[in-house]
Design a protein around this ligand. Structure first.
Ligand code: SAM
Ligand code: SF4
Ligand code: SF4
Length: 436
């Protein structure tokens, strides 16, 4: 049902399960049992990193637990990722930033996605169960930004902070962060507090409205990290950014590796398929077939005309409610609707005289069915091998206009114009001056 990649494109590596916070909402299902706290040894970290390189992983996130507790391990991971050509970012609560850590992040071209739960320090501290954590977070963000590190803020949204999204985003913006994501709280498997935290279906629209207002008023990049069902709302004109093309990537292009090396389909899911310290990731990956062959999808979604834009929401959430194959609780009872618009399918044609070049940070990975292009953390595009060959030629060429290449490579103007415009919208092609 989904394309069979030879290995994941993106991996989240939990270098430790240990954390200095006890967040009420944290999805880490192991957190209630301190006795099973584990941390990778440096030798095992190196083995996993070599495994990631050998399996051609394109990007990774170092996470935990709290990865900054073990700064030596974190810095080693960053250095190896850079040496191995793997794009790497960090998820952290940013309360333990030191100048050594900030400098290492900058030096290794990494970035940080940090958790903030409210602009209100008392509320933030009560949700992290750590007094003073908001003040330490603000200090950490400032240290990172002063060092020139790109920082994004992720706010996990639950009943307790639903109406704080706009103000928290504005606060993050005032600190100089680059982007703000609001992510609906998801359950921790085996937990029983979720009923008190979870958003109702309509609460998600309250969340989206605040993000859209924030974007309009401040210009900061906003998004959500949630794999929403597209049928949560039929107003795709207004909410399409959050609802379309949000397919969950667990087991399809993504997996998590825990602090004992065990590989899982998703950070929220506890099923283990093998150990990345001792087994090639490419072999373990083959065992995750059920995540991509459609067998975990509800029958209703398998027949839905919008599945290609959707992905049927979050399977781990469905498992928490009793059946991994059930309809996502945020999905509509009927997928037989006509959306208000289908923004996602509109490609704006670019000016054929625009001076362009291939994005200099592009990476290529060959698959049986074509070539994967990766230009940033969230940008994955698959093209045919012929198109990848053309892009490599265009890299050698440097700057070009579409008019020039239509002629030089005898391309069909109409289809090539659409294709190149799509590549431009996906940041594979950029304006000449942007790439300088
Ligand atoms: C588990 S944390 C680990 C890294 C670090 N300790 C932190 O809090 O950023 C990774 C990410 O998951 C988010 N997160 C934690 N619990 C969540 C939940 N129940 N639902 C959605 N996101 C959650 C955090 O905000 C953070 O962005
Ligand atoms: S800081 Fe991160 S890992 Fe620690 S409890 Fe909070 S969300 Fe979980
Ligand atoms: S019915 Fe299923 S596949 Fe269709 S839009 Fe809703 S969640 Fe997505």
């Amino acid at each position: 049902m989904y394309r069979e990649f030879k290995s994941p494109l993106t991996v989240q590596l939990e270098i430790t399960s240990k954390c200095n916070h006890r967040c009420t909402h944290c999805y880490n299902y192991w957190r209630s049992d301190n006795s099973i706290e584990t941390t990778l040894t440096e030798i095992d970290l190196i083995k996993i990193m070599e495994n990631l390189r050998n399996s051609e992983i394109m990007q990774m996130v170092i996470t935990g637990g709290e990865p900054m507790i073990f700064s030596n391990l974190l810095i080693k991971g960053l250095e190896l990722a850079k040496d191995f050509g793997i794009r790497c970012s960090i998820n952290s609560n940013s309360t333990l930033v030191t100048s050594e850590i900030a400098q290492a992040i900058k030096r290794n071209n990494s970035s940080v996605l940090t958790s903030m739960l409210s602009f209100d320090p008392d509320k933030h501290d009560s949700l992290t169960n750590s007094r003073g954590s908001c003040a330490r977070l603000v200090k950490g963000i400032k240290m990172l930004i002063d060092e020139g590190v790109s920082v994004g803020v992720n706010m996990v949204v639950m009943k307790q902070n639903l109406y704080d999204v706009y103000k928290t985003g504005s606060f993050a913006n005032s600190l100089g962060v680059k982007n703000f994501t609001s992510t609906k709280v998801c359950p921790s498997l085996g937990d029983n507090i979720f009923e008190k935290l979870k958003l109702d279906k309509d609460d998600n629209l309250i969340l989206f409205d605040q993000l859209l207002r924030l974007k309009n008023e401040s210009g900061i990049d906003v998004d959500t990290l949630t794999a929403y069902p597209s049928c949560l709302s039929q107003d795709w004109n207004k909410y399409g950014k959050f609802l379309l093309g949000r397919s969950c990537s667990a087991g399809k292009t993504f997996c998590a590796i825990g602090s004992s090396g065990k590989l899982r389909a998703c950070v929220q899911h506890d099923e283990e398929y093998g150990n990345a310290i001792t087994e090639p990731i490419t072999s373990i990956w083959k065992k995750l077939g059920k995540w991509r062959d459609g067998s975990l999808l509800p029958d209703k979604c398998k027949k839905c005309q919008y599945l290609y834009l959707c992905g049927a929401g979050c399977r781990a959430t469905c498992q928490f409610f009793g059946d991994i194959k059930s309809l996502d609780p945020d999905a509509s009872d009927s997928c037989d609707f006509k959306p208000i618009t289908d923004e996602k399918n509109k490609i704006e044609l670019i000016d054929k005289n625009l001076r362009l070049k291939v994005n200099p940070i592009i990476r290529f990975r060959e698959e049986k069915f074509g070539t994967v292009l990766n230009t940033s953390k969230s940008r994955i595009t698959v093209v045919t091998n012929d198109s990848a060959y053309l892009l490599k030629k265009l890299i050698d060429r440097g700057v070009f206009t579409l008019d020039e290449i239509f002629c030089d490579y005898s391309l069909n103007i109409e289809s090539a114009h659409k294709f190149m415009s799509a590549l431009y919208s996906k940041n594979v092609l950029v304006k000449e001056d942007l790439s300088k």
